[in-house]
Design a protein around this ligand. Structure first.
Ligand SMILES: Nc1ncnc2c1ncn2[C@@H]1O[C@H](COP(=O)(O)OP(=O)(O)O)[C@@H](O)[C@H]1O
Ligand SMILES: N[C@@H](CCC(=O)OP(=O)(O)O)C(=O)O
Length: 373
C-alpha cells in the first residue's frame, strides 16, 4: 500500500463527470471549467502530476448541434461526441494556456487497453506527456467505440487510467458531496460515507440505483472504479466538483467527500492489465476444490478442476474463472484454446498429452497469469 494520506501522493487522476461539466444541459459550463483548470494548474505548479479524465463531449455536441434532448441512436451520439469533443478540448486548452500549460488530447477505446501492445503504448505516451509537463485530457473515443465494448461511463475509464499511470489518487468530481448510504436525490436523510475500504461489499448496495439526467454511470460505477483503482494501490475520493477550491483543499489535507482506501497490496502491472479487461471471450467454470485452491491457496488452475467451458477463446487470451454458482472468482491467461480445454477438462494433467497428442503446460492457467477478483 502507498502513502497513508493519499492526497499527499504526487500523481493524481481527476475525473470530471458530465453532470458537473454541463450547465443544465446547455453546453459546457465554461466558468466552472476555468476554475478547475486554475486549481489543476496550481497543483501542477506545486509539483503534482495530473491526468484529467473529462466527460462532456456528447453534451457539448448536442449544444452545438442545437439538439434539446439526448438522442438514443448510437450513431447520433457518436456524431454529437465528434462535434462536442472539439469544443471540450478547445475550452480546456484556452484555460490551461492562460496558465502557461499545454493540454494534450488522449482518446481511448476499450480495445486500446485490451491489446497488450497498445496498452503499453498508451502507458508510455501518458507517462511521456506527464514528464513533459503537459496535462493529458482523456476521454473515451466515442466516435468509434462500438456499443458492446464501450466503457460507457468515464468512472471506469478514470480507474483504468489510474492503473495505467500508477496514480496515487483518483479524484472523482461529481454533483453530490460524495457517496451516501442512499441516493440523496431520493432520500433527504441520506448520510454521507466519509471513509471506507474500496473493497467493502456494502458500498455497491448504497449505490444501487439512480443516475443524474446527464451522467451515465451514477454512483455504482464510481464504487466499482474505486475497486479497480485500488488494484494498482490508488485511493479514490468522490467529492463535489462545485465545492469551492475542492482540489486545492484536498491537496492541503482537508477531508471532503468520501475516501475509499485500497486495502490490498497493489497487483503487478501485468496482472492489472489482465484484471482491467471489461469483456472476455470465454469462461471456465470450476468445482469447489479448484475454487479453494485458487482463492485460499493461491495455486494455478489445473484442467482437472474445470467442469464447464463457455465461449470461444484462443490460447493466450484472458478468460473468466467462475465458481459453481457462476460467480466470477478470477481471470487469467489460458494456455489452451476453447476446443482443447473442453477435451482436457476434468482430466489430470498427465492425461493432456495422451488426449491432445501434445502438452504445452501442465496448468490451464498458471498462477503468475491469474488474478483473483
Ligand atoms: N448512494 C448514492 N450517493 C450519492 N449519489 C447517488 C447515490 N446513488 C445514486 N446516486 C446518484 O448518482 C448521481 C451521480 O452520478 P452521475 O449522474 O453518473 O454523475 P457524473 O456525471 O458525475 O458521473 C447523483 O446525482 C445521484 O443522484
Ligand atoms: N464520453 C462521454 C462521457 C460519458 C459520461 O457521461 O460519463 P460520466 O460522466 O461518467 O457519467 C462524453 O464525453 O460525452
Amino acid at each position: 500500500m502507498k502513502t497513508p494520506e493519499p492526497t499527499r501522493g504526487y500523481r493524481w487522476v481527476v475525473k470530471i463527470g458530465s453532470s458537473l461539466l454541463t450547465a443544465d444541459g446547455r453546453g459546457l459550463d465554461h466558468a466552472a471549467l476555468a476554475d478547475w483548470a486554475d486549481q489543476i494548474a496550481q497543483l501542477r505548479n506545486d509539483g503534482k502530476q495530473i491526468v484529467l479524465v473529462s466527460s462532456g463531449a456528447v453534451a457539448e455536441g448536442m449544444n452545438r448541434l442545437g439538439w434539446k434532448s439526448r438522442p438514443s441512436a448510437l450513431h447520433q451520439l457518436q456524431a454529437a461526441a465528434a462535434v462536442g469533443q472539439m469544443g471540450l478540448i478547445q475550452a480546456y486548452q484556452d484555460q490551461f494556456s492562460r496558465q502557461g500549460l499545454l493540454a494534450a488530447q488522449v482518446l481511448l477505446t476499450h480495445d486500446d487497453l485490451v491489446d497488450r501492445r497498445r496498452y503499453l503504448n498508451a502507458r508510455s505516451t501518458l507517462r511521456a506527456l506527464l514528464a513533459l509537463g503537459a496535462i493529458p485530457i482523456v476521454n473515451e473515443n466515442d466516435t468509434v467505440a462500438a456499443d458492446e465494448i464501450r466503457f460507457g461511463d468515464n468512472d471506469t475509464l478514470g480507474a483504468l487510467v489510474a492503473n495505467l499511470v500508477e496514480a496515487d489518487l483518483l479524484v472523482i468530481l461529481t454533483d453530490q458531496r460524495g457517496l451516501f448510504d442512499r441516493d440523496p436525490r431520493q432520500h433527504a436523510d441520506a448520510t454521507l460515507i466519509a471513509e471506507a475500504q474500496a473493497s467493502d461489499p456494502c458500498l455497491q448496495g448504497y449505490a444501487a440505483s439512480g443516475v443524474g439526467s446527464l451522467g451515465r454511470g451514477g454512483m455504482a460505477t464510481k464504487v466499482s472504479a474505486a475497486r479497480r483503482a485500488a488494484r494498482s494501490g490508488a485511493a479514490t475520493i468522490i467529492s463535489a466538483g462545485r465545492e469551492p477550491d475542492v482540489l486545492l483543499r484536498l491537496a492541503a489535507g482537508e477531508r471532503l467527500g468520501t475516501l475509499l482506501r485500497p486495502d490490498k497490496e497493489p497487483l503487478a502491472a501485468r496482472k492489472q492489465w489482465i484484471a482491467s479487461q471489461l469483456k472476455l471471450h470465454g469462461e471456465v467454470w470450476v468445482d469447489v476444490g479448484a475454487a479453494n485452491a485458487l482463492c485460499a491457496a493461491g495455486r494455478s488452475l489445473l484442467p482437472v478442476g474445470v467442469t464447464e467451458v463457455r465461449g470461444k477463446f484462443a490460447r493466450g487470451e484472458v478468460v473468466s474463472v467462475r465458481n459453481t454458482e457462476g460467480q466470477e472468482i478470477a481471470r487469467g491467461l489460458i494456455n489452451y484454446d476453447a476446443a482443447e480445454t473442453r477435451r482436457i477438462m476434468r482430466l489430470p494433467s498427465e492425461s493432456i498429452e495422451p488426449t491432445l497428442g501434445y502438452v504445452d503446460e501442465p496448468e490451464l492457467i498458471h498462477r503468475d497469469n491469474l488474478v483473483l477478483i
